[in-house]
Design a protein around this ligand. Structure first.
Ligand SMILES: O=C[C@H](O)[C@@H](O)CC(=O)C(=O)O
Ligand SMILES: [Zn+2]
Length: 280
């Protein structure tokens, strides 16, 4: 089994201003998150968020603790959220199986000693997206189906940003230490996410874009509101958004994305909203 961990240092906004496309991609984009039979982790010093792609094929993959977490097991002092964007999958947490696919999320509580990921259909492998952050207390692991998620309908077809948000890891649904997580789906014909946009320096955020046709792209917008930059993102790639950065994007077609946050609070509505006219 191959498990790789890439360390990403925190980036100051003034440094980000001077980066070219390659530099922005190197610091903020996770270009190859899913590789068959592999666990690929990125450890970011933004809120010590770990962003991972777990793609089991024939054999199940056991999540190991990388040196970066400094613990004998991955979840010793961490919590996690997992959403499966591939075929049917199963996650075994300390011997208890959770079947996970489609519109659902699995919360993994701190002190969970073992986490094993498996694909149930060899012809249609699972693709588990993992977000993890340090945790101060051990809360119960649980599966959250779409029926329990908070649902928001936002935007308008006239401004090409009609979208449905499902909030899975959210204080109204389950208690977590610092993670929040959910899925946003753009309606056909809508391409803009999170516009008007916002920042929230209290929390960093990561996006995983998916359900985007292979030959289409999302122009992900980032940067301080008066120094915006973009990263061209393909299907199943993730971007990291530090607290100082806006996070928004326009696709060349409709798409979905998993958003997730960690930081000082779990208050989804604690955003510093920006007027479109303020962006530069
Ligand atoms: O802080 C919240 C996050 O940026 C996303 O949830 C926003 C989003 O999914 C959207 O507006 O489409
Ligand atoms: Zn946000």
């Amino acid at each position: 089994m191959t498990m790789t961990t890439e360390i990403r240092q925190a980036v100051h906004p003034q440094m980000a201003c001077g980066l070219d496309s390659d530099g922005l991609r190197q610091h903020f984009l996770m270009e190859r998150l899913f590789a068959g039979g592999e666990i690929r982790l990125t450890y970011s010093h933004a809120d010590r968020l770990i962003i991972g792609g777990i793609a089991p094929e024939g054999t199940a993959l056991e999540l190991q603790a990388p040196k970066a977490v400094g613990q004998p097991t991955f979840f010793a002092r961490r919590e996690g959220g997992v959403i499966n964007i591939g075929g049917p999958g199963r996650v075994r947490l300390d011997g208890t199986d959770h079947d996970l696919h489609g519109q659902a999320a699995l919360y993994i509580g701190a002190t969970t000693a073992s986490a094993r990921f498996e694909s149930l259909d060899p012809a249609d492998p699972a693709l588990f997206y993992l977000l993890s952050a340090p945790a101060h207390s051990a809360l119960p692991s649980q599966l959250i189906g779409a029926d329990r998620a908070n649902r928001l309908e936002l935007g308008d077809a006239a401004t090409s940003n009609r979208r449905t948000i499902l909030q899975f890891l959210h204080p109204d649904v389950i208690e977590t230490c610092q993670l929040t997580m959910g899925v946003t789906r753009l309606h056909p014909g809508s391409v803009w996410n999170t516009m008007p946009t916002h920042t929230h320096d209290r929390r960093c955020e990561a996006y995983l874009y998916f359900d985007l046709p292979q030959d289409q792209r999302v122009f992900h917008l980032m940067g301080e509101p008066d120094q915006t930059r973009h990263i061209v993102v393909a299907n199943r790639q993730a971007v990291l958004s530090p607290g100082w950065s806006i996070h928004s994007g326009a696709g060349t077609s409709a798409y979905s994305f998993i958003w997730g946050m960690a930081g000082d609070n779990t208050d989804f509505t604690d955003m510093d909203h920006l007027r479109i006219e303020e962006l530069r």
